[in-house]
Design a protein around this ligand. Structure first.
Ligand code: PLP
Length: 388
């Protein structure tokens, strides 16, 4: 596994690479934005997908026992989490299930809580369904890490909010929430009978000594209503193969989600998903471990460049995710000016932070899942441009 090797993606209809001119005004911009990796996936996934393609009869597809077994075995061995296969609902994407759960468990106008800055579709899901977005913003603690404002959350629950969106681990801040934090959140939500929708797509991308804590077992102990949203797509870099799933222990909520998926004809299995995901969970662990080690070194290289060449900027050292969240507020740039600076002066496309909520203003998010030379070049271009 040679992660240093460049695998050109231009001309592959890549979301990240094939709209540079349209989005950033130039083809000459290094893209370290949208969260997929620039590494080919594990050879076992490729082999399973090629074998599937060679069947040459791409018919309607069912969920297989092998898929269920591989998924449950993965979470049991990797995260010591026993998932009941009967509680698993397949969905094309995490955001599909998140949006449907919000739709099913709230009415237009109802308050839905998120904790910004956070993955931007959370706010889309709330606003586009005409629910009321309640931002219980994260705070930066004295260690420079995000922390939850649990007093703020209590106030929002007291005021009537009954659905809370959780990002665990947290994108963009890279926080891997500890069991004690999740337990406090679960306890509070149980008190007010609020439903927690826990997006755990980054569960597997965690750096030692941190460990991912699944929210559901904690919620079940506390009597908190909760749904967990998962996918192999982020872990194994297969987001072009729709294959997410929700864990819905409550039978009524599960039936409701399955009915809603069926009503939109989203209940069928994508043809390539079952073999690709089964192969990923069965054989992908060593590939993932190698990626995590490589990406961690990328993150350290990026942090080193920022600390030594632009000490006024502050990196939030991630505990998980392959995303580096950098506080560039010292530059005093508006979101527009920061974007212009990135795309035209530094010639890099990081994510500009205000897309994750007003609390992300003055930050950038750097996707470090690419060859190290590109991380070093892009972060170098960013800090060099500061001097011009
Ligand atoms: C927190 C989070 N949730 C969901 C997604 C996307 O998942 P999906 O494509 O399955 O909707 C991402 C992708 O970056 C993410 O970071």
């Amino acid at each position: 596994m040679d992660f240093d090797r460049e695998h050109p993606r231009r001309g592959t209809a890549s979301y990240k690479w094939d709209q540079l001119g349209a989005l950033f005004g130039s083809e000459d911009v290094l893209p370290l934005w949208v969260a997929d990796m620039d590494f080919p996936c594990a050879p076992e996934i490729v082999a399973a997908t090629v074998k599937r393609a060679e069947e040459a009869l791409y018919g309607y597809t069912i969920r297989t026992p092998e898929w269920e077994q591989s998924l449950c075995a993965w979470y049991a061995s990797r995260h010591r989490w026993d998932i009941d296969p009967a509680s698993v609902v397949t969905t094309p994407s995490v955001v599909t299930a998140l949006a449907m759960a919000v739709e099913l468990h709230t009415q237009p106008g109802d308050a839905v809580v998120l904790q910004s800055p956070v993955y931007h579709p959370f706010s889309d899901v709330i606003r586009l369904q005409e629910r009321t977005l309640v931002d219980n913003a994260l705070v930066i603690d004295d260690r420079g890490k995000y922390a939850m404002d649990l007093d703020g959350l209590r106030a929002h629950l007291q005021a009537g909010a009954r659905v809370v969106l959780l990002c665990n681990p947290h994108n963009p801040g890279g926080r891997v929430w500890e069991a004690s934090v999740l337990d406090a959140l679960a306890g509070l939500c149980a008190e007010y009978d609020a439903l927690v929708l826990s997006d755990e797509i980054h569960a597997d991308i965690v750096f030692a000594p941190h460990t991912f804590c699944p929210f559901l077992p904690i919620a079940q102990q506390r009597g908190t209503r909760a749904i967990s949203l998962l996918s192999a797509t982020k872990t194994f870099n297969i987001p072009g193969i729709p294959s997410a799933f929700a864990i819905v222990p409550d039978g009524h909520m599960r039936q409701a989600l399955m009915r809603r998926l069926r009503s939109m004809s989203l209940h069928m299995q994508p043809f390539f998903a079952q073999p690709a995901v089964t192969a990923a969970y069965r054989y992908g662990a060593s590939w993932l471990d190698a990626v995590l080690a490589y990406v961690w070194d990328n993150i350290c290289a990026a942090i080193d460049i920022v600390q030594t060449r632009a000490p006024a900027l502050r990196c939030m050292v991630p505990e998980g995710t392959y995303l580096l969240w950098v506080d560039v507020r010292a530059l005093g740039l508006s979101p527009d000016a920061l974007r212009t600076f990135m795309y035209t002066r530094a010639r890099v496309a990081f994510n500009e932070g205000s897309m994750f909520g007003h609390t992300g203003r003055g930050f950038v998010r750097i996707n470090c899942a690419c060859p190290r030379a590109r991380v070093v070049q892009a972060v170098g271009q960013f800090v060099d441009a500061l001097g011009h």
